[in-house]
Ligand binder design. Sequence first.
Ligand code: C2E
Ligand code: CA
Ligand code: CA
Length: 904
Amino acid sequence: MDSTTANGGGRTAAAAWLSLAAALVVLVGATGGETVSSAVSLVVSITAAVAAWLGVQRCRPGPAARWVAVAVSLNALGDLLWQLHAWLADSPPDVSVADAAYLASYCALGAALVVYAGDGDPHPRARFHALLDGAAVLVVALLVVWQSSVHSTLTDASLPLGTRVIWAAYPLLDAVVLGLVVRGMVVQSRVGVPALLLGLGATAWLASDLAWLLLAAPDTVSGWLDAGWLIGAAAFATLPWRDRSDLPAGPTVTPATAGTGRWRMTLAFLPLLVPGGFELRAWLAGENIDPLPGLLATATLTVLIIVRAQRLLTDQDRARAEVHSLARRYEALAVTSSDAVAVVDRDGRLTSDSRSLAELLGRPGCTGRSLPQLLGGIGIDPADVMTALDRARLTPGEPVELDLLGAHPTGGTVWLGGRAVDLRHDPDVGGIAVSVYDITPRKLAEQELAHQAFHDGLTGLANRSLFLDHTEQALRRAGRTGSPPIVLCLDLDGFKDVNDSLGHLAGDDLLRTVATRLQGVVRAADTVARLGGDEFAVLLDDTRGGLPVAASLAERLLQVLGEPVLLHGHRVTVAASIGIVAAEPDATPLSLFRDADIAMYRAKAAGRAQWVVFDPSMRAAALERIELERELGGALAAGQLRLVYQPVVDLQTEQVVGFEALLRWQHPTLGAIGPDRFVPIAEDSGHILPIGRWVLAEATATAARWQRAHPRSTPLSMAVNVSARQLAGGTLVEHVAEALTSSGITPSSLVLEVTETALVTDPDAVAERLCELRALGTRLALDDFGTGYSSLSYLRQFDVDVLKIDRSFVSLLDGSADDAAIVHGLVQLGRTLRLEVVAEGVETEAQRDRLRAERCDLAQGWLFAKPLEAEEAELLLLAQASAAPALPRPRPATTAGELPVAQA
Ligand code: C2E
Ligand code: CA
Ligand code: CA
């Protein structure tokens, strides 16, 4: 059963029980017949006990109510014993064992009241006050009882002393109970139903006990006397049917606030009137009463009241001091806390001075001034403050959060947080209470955190998340404006090499420089992001110009990035490959990223330092690229790589003087994959490093075999291609030395071919590396000469031995004389610098003849031989040896100091 239904049911049952008991009581009183009366009263008494325990069981009240139930039960036991006595003996004794039960029931009642009093309040002061009040009531009650009955009973010499004492004890104990009940009421400052029930019970018992003692022939009214006792029992028995919260508890007020009422003081003095009242009544009645009890009572009461009055005054002083200290505490809190607290009227004017606000504003005396204006002085817009106050006025009593941002007049932002509550209805406040505090540092920290979450720590550019977010927004805007966003994906060419050769700090510096340069070129509304590593992206905000505008931006980006950077004493030039993509209607940020990336890789594969616009057909190529990169990892170990050798011939004699080793990849399922497809991938992925090492070892081993089989005065040369990645990595020199040693070939017969683009990344470091290679005795060739940029400046900077004129120039030799002039110029340049000149890609006899006429030294090309398998190359060497034994023949000078023998 839940407590509310128990409670409700309990109340109904209690009311029903009380009505029944009252009816029986009236019956008892009215019948007056001894036998009926005794029987009925016993039934009522026992029923009361049963009812009390039922109430305890049903309503589960506190321990006090149980004590009351015990009291009612003991009372019923007394009644039962007394009746037994009455029935067994004709005249029952004056005092019997029944009295023991009755007196015990008082003990239980006393316990109940003590528990009540101790129930609610822990304050010893309050308990002491209640004790004083209770004592005063008790003294008065005792005086009343004494003057009216006890005195005469105790002095009645006709009775045995024991009987006298026990009889006198009943009204005395009734008085004590009544005193305690009244004390509870006084202390609680309320008259609850339980207190009324207790009061009713105690009064009924007192009345019957007094009447029994005072009346000369109580037997004549025994029905009414019984009725009094039974009413008492019924009232007590009803008490457990009340729930706990109704029970009279001890004082619930604190010492500070207790007793501040004037009526408490008046009540405290009231008992003093009672002894005087008795004297007055005796005097009026012409009686001569013993003055001693009255005097004693007056003296006791006076002492009690003096103590009580003093306590009340102390309480009042304490209460005042506490209020004062509370006020001071709040003031101190307001001043020392970072909150500025103020109360303003409906127009925002301060109604009182606020030290804390003065402190925040850095100016005193704000009373009467307008809070919005005052905050305006530190940069907050007064209109914002007014709006906040208006919002507070709309919901009286409800706090409204403040978040005020402004620009401080002395610079920087100022951010105030706080609350405003409209308390104009509260007479203690009578205005809008506003608390504001400076949250600038917190907000700045929050902003910093947010910035860190969305920006690249190294360059300060947007990071991938922010870029994706901006792209997403741009795509959404494109739905409305119709101009699709354009994304440029940019990857630095050769950044890894800088990192490898100059270290990470230099790499970081380079990335920062690139970031600054990129930001310098784009418009403010565009987003520049670092996606990670050396990959950057640009999101164009205004794309009305379409792809042409993006292309010209890409051109400008290449231009600014192409300018040399000074890194830790080294002049470094980086280029970038840029992929450009315009969003299709179904594009997502990620698909844009992917497509731009694909276009960027296209740019890289096409020779770097350029931009490429994405085309959907590139997607398949990109997928292939990913597949190739994966497959390349195991190609070397699986023996899928091999070298073919293209003969290099002397243009005059057409004799083979050497070979160029060229890499081939035969994949079991993908078939033959050309180096133009896989070498760039191998370079990007780093696979070129182990592969390059293997090429060097394989090519030199082959060269050694052929040189032994076909000894010549100038040994057959072997040209090996070296990629930029190999040149930048720290192990090339070591691997070359290793190849020379293990093959045992003459170092000068090894020609290392490098392209111009491999030289540009970090010219200083590359020059150093080339010097080391030449120190080993190898020769260096500048491959694809003429296709890179500023060829001449590189020729001067790098000490090379061989120039390889690119196939694209050689193919021009079939055309106009103007075009042929370029080849003429290149050959002449080589001759002037005393370099060996090799023409690549000679396919026709016309080309051969022109080159011969230009006095170009050597040539390679399909006209002479395609790249050959090692066995085929060997057969060729054999065939040549048998046709025309190779004779020692002069070779052009390889160093500036030596003149070509032919010229000499
Ligand atoms: P490259 O160093 O310029 O090599 C010359 C390329 O021209 C070779 O292509 C060769 O087969 C081709 N060729 C030779 N004569 C003719 C001709 O008369 N007409 C035409 N149309 N082409 C001719 P291949 O073998 O496909 O090599 C392509 C590029 O791959 C090479 O260009 C080189 O840069 C790179 N490569 C090849 N092998 C290696 C290697 O072992 N290591 C590195 N790092 N790169 C290599
Ligand atoms: Ca080559
Ligand atoms: Ca070449």
